[in-house]
Design a protein around this ligand. Structure first.
Ligand SMILES: Nc1nc2c(ncn2[C@@H]2O[C@H](COP(=O)(O)OP(=O)(O)OP(=O)(O)O)[C@@H](O)[C@H]2O)c(=O)[nH]1
Ligand SMILES: [Mg+2]
Length: 185
């Protein structure tokens, strides 16, 4: 079975860090290919992609394409291309209180892009990752849950730069996608 997983979230939330760390972890297990990415001069992602293969969940064998959307607002048009045909989403949320508003804006904007693609974000398999838990101004989880998890989706606390929570997030989105598929029959 082929799946497409997209990491979205505000600029600098840590999407690329997640995929880089995941790539490192999975490559050691021989499960991931090379990371392909393109960045602007300011190291903002234009495009990042990797393939994960030989993943076995129960009796299923999965081939997974992992992508990140650019967080920057001026790169908005690219998001539509990247989100096309997506099976599951990871919402990477910057825990810094300063980023609360942009986190929320990107959630709203992603919902709008999916709507243009004929999908409803609220029906989608999602995992919320509260990243940068190491920051001194990290918001309390209860507060973030109220603002950023309208699905009541499973969430993970992460420090992606240290690799914390990275694999757990990826595992959760895969099981979430599969559970929703089976539930639909
Ligand atoms: N303190 C802290 N910094 C982090 C963490 N995860 C990522 N960062 C840092 O946050 C900055 C942005 O991370 P990226 O992964 O490039 O963010 P992004 O979401 O891909 O950003 P765009 O490509 O612009 O959308 C980098 O300097 C990372 O090192 C974390 O858990 N804690
Ligand atoms: Mg990036």
């Amino acid at each position: 079975m082929k799946l497409k997983v997209v990491y979205f979230g505000s600029s600098l939330a840590g999407k690329s860090t997640n995929v880089k760390m995941l790539n490192r972890i999975l490559r050691e297990k021989g499960m991931a290919g090379e990371l392909v990415s393109m960045e602007t001069d300011e190291q903002r992602t234009l495009f990042m992609e990797m393939f994960v293969s030989n993943v076995k969940v129960d009796d299923l064998e999965l081939d997974i394409k992992v992508l990140t959307t650019p967080g920057q607002f001026r790169l908005h048009p690219l998001r539509k291309v990247i989100l096309k045909g997506v099976d599951g989403l990871v919402f990477v949320v910057d825990s810094s209180r300063e980023r609360a508003d942009v986190n929320f804006l990107v959630l709203r904007e992603t919902a709008a892009v999916l709507k243009e693609l004929g999908e409803n974000l609220m029906d989608f398999p999602v995992v919320v990752q509260y990243n940068k838990r190491d920051l001194p101004d990290a918001m309390p989880i209860e507060d973030m849950e109220m603002r950023f998890n309208p699905w009541g989706a499973p969430y993970v606390e992460a420090v992606a730069v240290e690799g914390k929570g990275v694999l757990e997030t990826f595992r959760l989105i895969l099981s979430n996608i599969l559970v929703k598929r089976y539930a639909k029959g």
